[in-house]
Ligand binder design. Sequence first.
Ligand code: NAI
Length: 256
Amino acid sequence: MLLQGRKALVTGASSGIGRATAERLGQEGASVCVNYYSDKEADDAQAVVRSVERSGGTGLAIRADVGDEDAVVAMVSQAADRLGGLDLLVNNAGIEKQIPLLEMSEKDWSAVIRTNLTGAFLCLREAAKVMAGAGHGVVVNMSSVHEFIPWPGFAHYCATKGGLKLLMQTAARELAPKGIRVCNIAPGAIATPINQFVLDDPEAKHAVESEIPLGRMGQPEEIAAAVAWAGSDQAGYVTGTTIVVDGGMSLYPKFV
Ligand code: NAI
C-alpha cells in the first residue's frame, strides 16, 4: 500500500474525481477527511467516509466552502486534530460554467476564481502550516489540461487552472526547504458530473472523444491512481511539476 498510516484531506470529495481519490487513498492505507460543499452532498460524503473506513482507515466528513477563509482555517485545524496530523492535501474542489467572454459578469468571473484558485490557495496555506510543523507533507492540486490549452467560453476556468500552475510552482520552491512537495495533476476529459452536459449529448461526447488519441473519456479512478502515486514516497523526488493524465488529448494537432 502506498499511503499506509498517512492522513489526507481531499476537497470536493463527495463526487467525481474527489470521491474516487478519497476512496483510493483509503484503499492505499490512508485516513481521509472528506470535504464537501453543501448539505445536499452530506449523504454522499458519508458514503465516502464509510468506504474509507471499510478499507481500514479513519474517515471524517467536514462541510466547508473552500472559498471561505474562516471555514478553511476551521476545517484544516479540525482535520489535523481528528486525524492526528496532515500528510497530504488534495485541492480538488472546482466548478466551471460556459459563458462567452463578452457576456461574462464580474460575478460569474469571481465565483470561479474564488472556488478554483482562492480555495486552493487557502487550503494550501493552512495545510502547509501543519505540514511545515511536522517537516514533511505533499500538496496535489487538481488542475486540468486547461492549465495550458485555451478553451473558448471558459476564460475564468482557464485563468484559474493557469493560475494554479504558477501557484504550484512557486509554492514548490518556497516549501521545499520545509520538506513539502507540491504538484498538479492535469486531467483531460473525465466522465464526472462536471461534464454531464457532454455525457448526456452523444454528438458532443463523440466530438470530445475524437480529440483523444486513446479514443475515450477517462474515468475518475484513473486520476485517483495518479494522485495516490504523487502523494506517496514513490514520488519523493517529484515537485514543482504538472502530471498530465489525458489519454493523449494534449497531443491533438490543434492543441500543439
Ligand atoms: P464534480 O462536479 O463531480 O466535483 C467537483 C466537486 O467540487 C463537487 O463535489 C463540488 O461539490 C465541489 N465544490 C464545488 N464548489 C466547492 C466549494 N466552494 N467548496 C468545496 N467544494 C466545492 O467534478 P469533477 O470532474 O470531479 O471535478 C473535480 C476537479 O477536477 C475540479 O477541480 C475540476 O476542475 C477538475 N477537472 C475535471 C475534469 C473533468 O473532465 N471532469 C478535467 C480536468 C479537471
